[in-house]
Design a protein around this ligand. Structure first.
Ligand SMILES: Nc1ncnc2c1ncn2[C@@H]1O[C@H](COP(=O)(O)OP(=O)(O)O)[C@@H](O)[C@H]1O
Ligand SMILES: [Mg+2]
Length: 466
C-alpha cells in the first residue's frame, strides 16, 4: 500500500480526460499589489496592518521542504450533458467586451523568451478595464485604470511558479513599471483537446468581473498563435498547500483564519452568482502578509440557479456533483467543509489511496470519521457543511452565508475587520528577497517552446475575449 504521506504530498490537478475515463470505469458516478503592469510607477499599497490580533496562536511550520511533485493523481471531470443547458453558458460576457485601447508603449526590446514580430490579431490584446457595474455589499469597487495593450514584449518572462493542466504560470517583470506579475499561459490546442473552451472563456470573464481583497487581480489577457495569456498580480507567499503539507495540520485558530477569509470570498462570489467550484489548498495563495488570495478561476461560472457540469477535484466534489445531479452554489460550501477538514486533519475526509473512483464511492456513502483531536465546534460545523442533505447544508439555508459566519466555531471572528485585513495573519511568509522573490514556490522544469509564436492559428477564433 502506498504511504499516506507520499500520496498526500502530490498537488491535485484537474484533468478532465482522466476523470472521464475513471467515471466510465467505475460504476459510482452516476461524477497586494494593485498596479497595472503598464501604468507608470506610482505609490503602492500593501495590505493595511493594524496590529490587532484575533488569533493568538502563533504558527511555525517546520522547515522541511514539501515535496510537491506535480502529479495527476486527481482529476476533474468534464461531462457536459447535452440535454441540460446551463443557465449562464450562452450569455454574452456580461454585456461587456473588453475594450481595445490605443496602442501602448512600443516594445523596446524582445525578451529572451519571446519571439518578436507577432502582430495583428495573433497578438492582439484586449485590455481589461474593470467592467462590472454591480455593487456588492462588501467591497466598494474602483475602476481599474489599465490603459493600453499588452504584448509579450511588455514583460520579461522569468521562472515557472506553478504548472496546471493546460499550461503554466510564470513570474514576469513588467518592462514598463518593473513590477512583478504572474502570467498564466494556456496552450490553446490543449484547451481544445480537453474540451475546456467554455471554461477558459469563463475563467477570463469571471476573473475580470471580480475585485475583492481575497481574490487575485487580473490585469489583462492576450493571445498569440499558440497560447492564451492572463496577467495577474504575483502573489508572493506561495500556496497554502505547501504550508499545510509542511505543517501536516493547522491548529484550530490557524485553520479558522484561512477558512474565514475563504468564507468572505465565497460569499462575495455568490453575491455575483458566481460559483467557484475548485476550492482546495493548491488554489489558495498567501500574500506577503499572509492573507489569502484565491487564484484559478478555471471552473468559475455565472450560475444564477443550477448547473450540471461535472468538474472540480475529486476529494472536494459534493455528492450531488458526483451523482450528476443539477447543483447550485452550495457545492462551494461543501468544499469549504472539506477544506476546513483538510486544514485541521492534514488529509481529506473521503481520501482513499488516491483512487478517484473510491473517493466518489466514499463521498456518496457520506460517512466521515472525525479524529478525536477536533474541537466539538469544528465537528459541528463540518457535519453541517459536509452533508448531502441540501435542506440542511449551511450556506444553502434561509440565512445564507450568515449561517456559516454565525456558527460557534467562528464565534471570535470579527468579519468586517477581517475583510479590511485588520486581523493579522497567523503566518507571515519568509519573503526576504524583496519584490519578485519567488522562493515560496516550488521549482519546476522549464519548457523550451518559446512563447509569442506567429503563424497558423486554428483555434484563435474560439477565444474571442482574449
Ligand atoms: N497570481 C499568482 N501568483 C503566483 N502564483 C500563482 C498565481 N496564480 C497561480 N499561481 C501558481 O500556479 C499554479 C497553477 O495555476 P492555476 O491557475 O491553479 O492553474 P490550473 O488551472 O492549471 O490549476 C497555482 O497552483 C499556483 O501555484
Ligand atoms: Mg489550480
Amino acid at each position: 500500500m502506498p504511504t499516506l504521506g507520499g500520496l498526500l504530498k502530490k498537488r491535485r490537478t484537474k484533468d478532465s480526460q482522466d476523470l472521464s475515463k475513471e467515471l466510465q470505469a467505475g460504476s459510482t458516478a452516476t461524477g497586494h499589489t494593485t498596479t497595472s503592469p503598464i501604468a507608470a510607477e506610482d505609490s503602492q499599497h500593501h495590505g493595511h496592518h493594524s496590529g490587532h490580533h484575533l488569533f493568538h496562536h502563533s504558527h511555525h511550520p517546520s522547515n522541511n521542504s514539501a515535496n510537491t511533485a506535480n502529479s495527476n493523481n486527481s482529476h476533474a471531470a468534464e461531462h457536459h450533458q447535452s440535454n441540460h443547458s446551463s443557465a449562464a453558458s450562452n450569455k454574452p460576457a456580461d454585456g461587456q467586451t473588453a475594450s481595445m485601447q490605443s496602442p501602448a508603449q512600443q516594445p523596446s526590446s524582445t525578451s529572451a523568451h519571446s519571439n518578436s514580430g507577432h502582430h495583428g490579431n495573433a497578438a492582439s490584446i484586449h485590455n481589461i478595464i474593470n467592467p462590472s457595474q454591480q455593487n456588492t455589499p462588501q467591497v466598494s469597487r474602483t475602476e481599474r485604470t489599465t490603459k493600453g495593450k499588452y504584448t509579450l514584449d511588455d514583460f520579461a518572462i522569468q521562472r515557472t511558479l506553478g504548472t496546471g493542466s493546460f499550461g503554466r504560470v510564470h513570474l514576469v517583470q513588467s518592462k514598463h513599471n518593473h513590477r512583478y506579475y504572474a502570467i498564466k499561459v494556456l496552450k490553446k490546442a490543449q484547451v481544445v483537446k480537453m474540451k475546456q473552451i467554455e471554461h477558459t472563456n469563463d475563467e477570463r470573464r469571471m476573473l475580470n468581473r471580480v475585485r475583492h481583497p481575497f481574490l487575485v487581480t487580473l490585469w489583462g489577457t492576450w493571445q498569440d498563435a499558440r497560447n492564451l495569456y492572463m496577467v495577474m498580480d504575483f502573489v508572493e507567499g506561495g500556496e497554502l498547500f505547501s504550508l499545510l503539507r509542511k505543517s501536516q495540520r493547522f491548529p484550530n485558530p490557524v485553520a479558522k483564519f484561512y477558512a474565514a477569509e475563504v468564507t468572505l470570498a465565497l460569499e462575495y462570489l455568490h453575491s455575483l452568482n458566481i460559483i467557484y467550484r475548485d476550492l482546495k489548498p493548491e488554489n489558495l495563495l498567501l500574500d506577503r502578509h499572509g492573507h489569502l488570495k484565491i487564484t484559478d478561476f478555471g471552473f468559475a461560472k455565472e450560475v444564477p440557479d443550477i448547473t450540471w457540469t461535472l468538474c472540480g477535484t475529486p476529494d472536494y466534489l459534493a455528492p450531488e456533483v458526483v451523482a450528476s445531479k443539477g447543483y447550485n452554489k452550495s457545492v462551494d460550501w461543501w468544499s469549504l467543509g472539506i477544506l476546513i477538514f483538510e486544514m485541521l486533519c492534514g488529509f481529506t475526509p473521503f481520501w482513499d489511496q488516491g483512487s478517484p473512483v473510491k473517493i466518489y464511492q466514499n463521498i456518496l456513502a457520506g460517512r466521515i470519521k472525525f479524529p478525536p483531536y477536533l474541537h466539538p465546534d469544528a465537528v459541528d460545523l463540518l457535519s453541517r457543511l459536509i452533508t448531502s442533505d441540501l435542506t440542511k447544508r449551511l450556506g444553502n439555508l434561509h440565512g445564507g452565508p450568515d449561517d456559516i459566519k454565525n456558527h460557534p466555531w467562528f464565534a471570535e471572528v470579527t468579519w468586517d475587520r477581517l475583510l479590511r485585513k485588520e486581523i493579522d495573519a497567523p503566518y507571515v511568509p519568509p519573503i526576504r528577497g524583496g519584490q519578485g522573490d519567488a522562493s515560496q514556490y516550488e521549482n519546476y522544469q522549464e519548457e523550451s517552446e518559446p512563447y509569442g509564436q506567429t503563424g497558423e492559428d486554428p483555434h484563435g477564433h474560439l477565444f474571442p475575449d482574449f
